[in-house]
Design a protein around this ligand. Structure first.
Ligand code: GDP
Length: 201
């Protein structure tokens, strides 16, 4: 098993100029409840950390974490951005309207953004909002990878078909999608390795 990524919360913000500098960043996006916090905790290894992003006041912010060996804040290193979840039914209209511009300006303007991980619920497949996110990333030629969560929730007899269907619904080949389970530790090592590769750790 590979070692955890050593995630340390750095700062929250809504605008590019509020974010800490980075030497290479991987962003996590996905709808609320897709399993983003569970996945960050799984790859980060230290349980409580991703819950930072779930504390009141931070759920609608861009939350930056440092990755890899400890270093002084004056020395930028690799980072991970936990982007606020989209599509939460109870979100107010004002929040829904500000989410788009915030996330778009972050994704388009962040220097050294190496990869956008689009989390899709493996049990239910991409929602219209997930499809919209993928279309937008493609239209802007931003590097992205689909990560299907909750692999353990798909019965083994249905997995092959589900993998094919989910990939197709995302306009991808099955081999392009990284299937993970935070609950059952499926492909967590693989995802850690990919993140390390993307940020040169
Ligand atoms: P977030 O809103 O995207 O941060 O999602 P959470 O990490 O809070 O997870 C949402 C729900 O899905 C919670 O009830 C989790 O326990 C559940 N969940 C997350 N990851 C997994 C997984 O790998 N397997 C299963 N079975 N449930 C999961």
């Amino acid at each position: 098993m590979s070692t955890p990524l050593n995630l340390r919360f750095l700062r929250s913000g809504t605008r590019l100029d509020q974010l800490p500098p980075t030497a290479g960043e991987v962003a996590f996006v996905g709808r609320s409840n897709v399993g983003k916090s569970s996945l960050l905790n799984a790859i980060g290894g230290r349980k409580a950390l991703a819950h930072v992003s779930k504390t009141p006041g931070r759920t609608q912010l861009l939350n930056t974490f440092a990755l890899g060996p400890d270093r002084p804040e004056s020395e930028p290193g690799p980072t991970l951005m936990d982007c606020p979840g989209y599509g939460y039914a109870k979100t107010s209209k004002a929040v829904r309207q500000s989410w788009g511009p915030m996330i778009e300006s972050y994704l388009l303007g962040r220097e050294d953004l190496r990869m956008v991980l689009v989390l899709v619920d493996g049990e239910i497949g991409p929602t219209p909002l997930d499809r919209q996110m993928l279309d937008w990333l493609r239209a802007n030629t931003l590097p992205h990878t689909v990560v299907a969560t909750k692999h353990d929730k798909v019965k083994s007899a249905k997995r092959a078909k589900r993998k094919k269907d989910l990939a197709e619904a995302c306009d991808l080949e099955p081999g392009d999608v990284v299937w993970v389970s935070a609950a059952k530790n499926v492909n967590i090592d693989r995802l850690r390795e990919l993140v390390r590769m993307w940020v040169d750790l």
